[in-house]
Write a new protein. Structure first.
Length: 273
């Protein structure tokens, strides 16, 4: 009897970690671009402040440089904050206790935490339902998951320009768009994996740039560049890049000659029953 074909990985996990390592090194030299993560972290903490409860044991999943972990440590009633981050370069700068961990492979016992907070890490989970199920099991009864991840409208301008440019210049398109959960389905997904009182909402952050190349440099410095396993290796051809920049300006240029970049942020909240 023929065996099933091996599953094809969605993301290149080694490349993803390397991108985060590079972002950490750039941040250490002052060339990083952490403004988006800092802004989303602040908005997530604002949501947590509305809960009005104390959470003794906390996990910061996808901790990057530990900014969320440090804030959570200062909250009344907090006894321990564990920083979990797949990048060794980022991890070296986070507060202790800390450990290297991938959002898809959590090394925690069931019922380990009262709160799990995650800022812009879960959109890199190939099996998001599976990752959320692991997070629910890692929570104690009446524990809270509060997560922010990129939604499907993120970088719609850049994706449009690159798609049309590659098609025109190269006759084909490299996979660039990671699968994302839609806002309409997010609360149902939380409920499906066992969370109670699931809530999902979205916010849009629009950043303006002098040109599309500046946006691409920031994405590289953030560690948010393409890590799909099926991506085309070797980067963009010069002609393709030039055409993409031209299409971007023609379609989306705003006032003052600057171009916008849209980031859709999905905020998910659910309680362990």
């Amino acid at each position: 009897m023929a065996s099933d074909p091996p599953a094809i990985a969605l993301f290149d996990r080694r490349a993803w970690r390397a991108h985060r390592d590079r972002a950490a090194r750039l941040a250490q030299t002052g060339d990083g671009a952490d403004f988006l993560h800092a802004e989303v972290a602040e908005r997530l903490i604002d949501r947590l402040d509305l809960v009005g409860r104390e959470f003794p044991d906390v996990l910061d999943l996808g901790a990057r440089d530990g900014v969320v972990a440090r804030v959570l440590t200062q909250r009344p009633g907090t006894l321990r904050v564990v920083a979990a981050e797949p990048s060794a370069e980022f991890l070296s700068g986070t507060p202790t206790p800390r450990l290297a961990a991938d959002p898809e492979l959590l090394p925690f016992r069931d019922g380990s935490f009262d709160l799990i907070a995650s800022v812009l890490a879960l959109h890199w989970a190939a099996d998001l339902p599976g990752a959320l199920a692991q997070l629910r099991r890692a929570l104690r009864p009446d524990g809270l998951l509060l997560a922010a991840l990129l939604g499907g409208q993120t970088l719609v301008e850049l994706r449009t320009a690159l798609f049309e440019a590659e098609l025109a210049e190269e006759g084909g398109v490299s996979p660039r768009v990671s699968p994302t959960v839609e806002l309409a389905d997010a609360a149902a997904l939380l409920q499906r994996v066992g969370f109670a009182m699931p809530v999902a909402d979205s916010e849009t952050i629009t950043v303006s740039y002098p040109d599309p190349l500046a946006l691409m440099r920031d994405l590289r410095a953030m560690g948010e560049t393409n890590a799909l396993a099926a991506r085309r290796r070797g980067g963009l051809r010069r002609a393709t890049l030039a055409r993409a920049a031209l299409i971007y300006r023609e379609r989306f240029e705003g006032g003052g000659g600057r171009v916008p970049a849209t980031f859709e942020i999905l905020f998910l909240a659910g309680w362990a029953p």
